[in-house]
Ligand binder design. Sequence first.
Ligand SMILES: Nc1ncnc2c1ncn2[C@@H]1O[C@H](COP(=O)(O)OP(=O)(O)OP(=O)(O)O)[C@@H](O)[C@H]1O
Ligand SMILES: [Mg+2]
Length: 448
Amino acid sequence: MNRRYVLVVDDEPNMRRVLEIMLGAAGYAVFSAANGREALALLRSAPVDLLITDLRMPEMDGIELLRQMRADGIDAPVIMITAHGTVETAVAAMKFGASDYILRPFDIDALELVIARVLHEAQLARQNTFLREELNRGWDAFVGAGTAMQAVYELIRQMAATKASVMISGETGTGKELAARAIHNASSRAGKLFVPINCAAIPADILEAELFGYEKGAFTGAVKERIGKFELANEGTIFLDELTEMPMPLQTKLLRILQDSTLERLGGNRRVELDLRVIAATNRNPREAVRDGYLREDLYYRLNVFPIALPPLRERRADIADLVKHFIAKHRARADISNAVSAEVLARLGAYAWPGNVRELENMVERALVLCGAGPLRAEHFPIDVEAVIVASSLAAPLGPLLPAVEALETGMIERALLESGGNKPKAAALLQISERTLWYKLKKYLN
Ligand SMILES: Nc1ncnc2c1ncn2[C@@H]1O[C@H](COP(=O)(O)OP(=O)(O)OP(=O)(O)O)[C@@H](O)[C@H]1O
Ligand SMILES: [Mg+2]
C-alpha cells in the first residue's frame, strides 16, 4: 500500500499536534500548516494526496484556501473540519469542491473512515478519467473485408482468448495500435486497463522509471513514490509500441518480468506480483531487427509466440473503397455528404502507393471533406500528384531493368481499372485515360 501524504491546516497548534499524532499512527505521512498561506506554499512544492483543513481560520478561511488551490490547478481532495452549528457552511464548502466535512468534536475512527473513503474515491476518479480518455481515443472497428485482413481478424480472435504475448509488425499507419486494442477489448481483460507506451517517444532514462515506477528517493527528484506503467496495467494489457526502440538493458529487464511475472520498482527491494498481457509493436521487420541489433533475440522468441503482420495498404487495395466510406462517415461535418464516392475518385486513390498507409488515407479523406466546402466530394479534393504515384512506385522498385518494371506497373493499373469497372473495358479505358484501342492492345500484350 502506498504511503499517503496528508496536509493538516489549522490555526490552533494543539489541534495540529493531535491530528499529526493520530494520523501518523494510522500510517499516513503528515505535515501541517498554521494558515492558508503556508498551506498554499506547501501544496505548490510538495506532493499532497489529501488536505484536511479547519473551516474557520483568521485571514484565509477554509473555503478561500480551497478556492485558491483549485485556481492553482491543485486537485487534491479536501476535507473540512467544522464546529457544530456551521453545517450550512460545510455544505457550501462542498459546493466549492470539498470532498467531505467532519464535525467537531470527532473521534479518530470517524475521521479515519472519512479519509479512507475520500482517498479511495479520488483514486477511482483518477482511474475513470484514464478509462474515459482511453475510450475517447476512439476504438473503431476494423474496416476492410479483403482476404489479407480476414486473416488478421482471425488471428485477433484466436489470440484474444489466450494470455500469450503478441508481436504486431507493420509499416506506419497500418493499424498496429488498432489491432492491439482489438485484442484487449475482445479478451477477458477488457474491463481492465489497456496501457499504451511509446518506447520511441520517451528518452531512455525516463522510460525505465515510467515502466517500472520508483520508490521515494530512488533518484534525485523522486520526492514521492510512483507506480509505473507495468503496475498500472496489472490484470490488463500493456502495449509496448515501437519496442525495437527500447534500449537493450531495458529489454533485458523486460524479459525478466515476462519470465518471473514480478517486478521491483526502481530504488526498492519489494517484489510486486504482476498479471500482465504484453502486446508489442514495431514498424521494423522483427527478424531484421534482431539481426541488426535492435531487438534481443530471446525477447523476440518470447514475444513472437503469436506474430501478426499487418499488410501495407498498397497490398490490399480492394479495401480502399470501404475505408474511404468509413472515414467519410467518421469525419463528415455535414449530413448531406454521401459516403459514396465516384469511380474517378477511387481510381485515383487506387493508383497511389500509400506510404503512410491507412492513416494517410484517413488524413486525405479528412482534408477532402474540408476542401469540398459546401459542394459534393469530387476527385480534385483528393490531390494526389500523378507524378508522385509514379515516383513512389519507382522508388519502391529496386533499380534494374526498366521495361519489366514499367510492365508490372501497367498490368497492375490495368487490372485495378478492370476490377473497378466490373470488367467493362470502355469504362476501364476511361479510368486510365487511354483509348479503348490502346487498352485492347495492352491487354493482349500483358494479360494472355
Ligand atoms: N483497417 C482499419 N480500419 C479502420 N481504421 C483503421 C484501419 N487501420 C488503421 N485505421 C486507422 O488508421 C489510423 C492509424 O492506425 P494505427 O494508429 O493503429 O496505426 P499504427 O500501425 O499504430 O501506426 P504507427 O506505426 O504510425 O504508430 C487510426 O486512426 C486507425 O483508427
Ligand atoms: Mg502506432
